[in-house]
Write a protein that binds this ligand. Sequence first.
Ligand code: FES
Length: 247
Amino acid sequence: MTAYIPDIKNPEAMYTVYIERFDPEKDEKPYLKRYTVPFVQTMTVMEALEYLWDQGEYIAFRANCREFTCGSCAMLINGKPRLACDTLFENNMRLEPLSRYARIKDLVVDTNEVKEKLKALRYWPESKNRKQTYRVTQDALDKFHRIYSRCIECYCCLEACPASSSERSGFDGPMHLLQIARAATHPLDTLDRTRQASEHGIWSCVSCFECAGVCPMELSPGTVIAELRKRAVKEMILRFIGVGKEK
Ligand code: FES
């Protein structure tokens, strides 16, 4: 791995960074370790980590696209869930792994459980009519579907959400409901997404909008959840007065 930092030989300053290390094969518990990184303008947290890797500090972290599209590099940066590739490096930063998942090593956590839960939602457009396989052009897509499709599944909103932190809340979290809304707004989708949203905690959201504050794509899952609630209430009323029909 080589950090792409053109001016690293002429740094503007030496910055300190504290990184939580943990190797389950060697360490009894996590510990904070201090490192020094030569800082150059526009350097990101990911580039600082790559620099350290180049120096033989093999700190485990996830990286893939490096341009905020894959969502894999989310971690706690100064206590907030953020993308390492989308955060400018600053002096005295503290880097830790996301806190709600089992740690694999250093900054890498095991998110398989969330991925499995997401898959179980069948959050891709699901059509009852299998013959209806015509291609949906971009023009035909609902504008909300396009917006919701920007979610990169980085888990930042899950980390920030106070309502999904308790196992007893029954609320999988904002990202799951955003994905349900994404499927619901696809023109070919015919699953009962309102029922699905209810089963996955639509009424448990506390509307604090912490999710919107940490979303690197500037989405507002809290607003999407409010829309899902409106849709649920509307469908309930229509059913009650007998004009509702199964999707
Ligand atoms: S590496 Fe893909 S979002 Fe950061």
